[in-house]
Write a protein that binds this ligand. Structure first.
Ligand code: G3P
Length: 217
């Protein structure tokens, strides 16, 4: 499973990138707002750092507007994936932009039917939002499984980009199902390294080591 980082915070991306953990980056208008940065400037910085796809989201609500914004965002770098929402207009924009050979990430997906339409429209990535479904007492992970089954049934090449990931457990479950990509905030990726027994075991080893009075270096 590829790891994308769901943030526009360049320092956080760099830290994970230096560890080889970053296969791509996703941003959205809320994350750009949180960063306090200009969308084009910060996206360019991210694209210069990361070789993989960097999603930049359009904000127009009509297809023509999304297409114009998508083409503009794509000028930032060759690794831009244009993000459009899963609306009828978004599907039209997806068809047009993917037909031009651009990467398109169709976002705000909450149903298997939406994902099926995005694949038919040529999406490079489909972004089903796990956490926001869970928030509504709907099993977000079941959606990932349904899309996996449907795409595999027909050999669709659209990559499942599990999004709205809120926990390390979401990462594990997405990987078990076979999501192609998971995008998560940096703190969730870091949380994957934590285990209470690791902390406990390390504590015990260090206490015993102190009793030996030895040093390694
Ligand atoms: O990738 C989409 C993500 O940014 C949404 O996450 O936590 O706002 O639902 P969240």
């Amino acid at each position: 499973m590829k790891f994308f980082v769901d943030t526009a915070e360049i320092d956080a991306i760099r830290e994970l990138h230096d560890l080889g953990m970053v296969d791509g980056v996703t941003t959205n208008p809320s994350l750009i707002m949180k960063s306090g940065r200009d969308i084009k400037e910060v996206t360019k910085e991210i694209c210069d750092l990361v070789d993989g796809p960097v999603s930049a989201e359009t904000v127009a609500t009509d297809a023509a507007g999304m297409i114009a914004e998508g083409r503009e965002l794509a000028k930032i770098a060759d690794n831009i994936a244009i993000k459009v929402p899963l609306t009828w207009d978004g599907l039209k924009a997806c068809k047009e932009l993917s037909g031009e050979g651009r990467m398109v990430n169709v976002t705000l997906c909450f149903s298997a039917n939406q994902a099926l339409l995005a694949a038919k429209a040529g999406a490079t990535f489909i972004s089903p939002f796990i956490g926001r479904l869970d928030d509504q007492n709907i099993d977000g992970m079941e959606l990932i499984q349904d899309i996996r089954t449907i795409y595999d049934n027909y050999g669709f090449e659209t990559q499942i980009l599990a999004a709205s990931i809120r926990s390390a457990n979401h990462m594990k479950e997405a990987a078990l199902i076979g999501a192609d990509v998971a995008t998560a905030p940096p703190n969730v990726i870091k949380a994957m390294a934590s285990h209470v027994l690791t902390d406990k075991g390390l504590d015990a080893f260090l206490k015993d080591w102190a009793k030996t009075g030895q040093k390694i270096v």
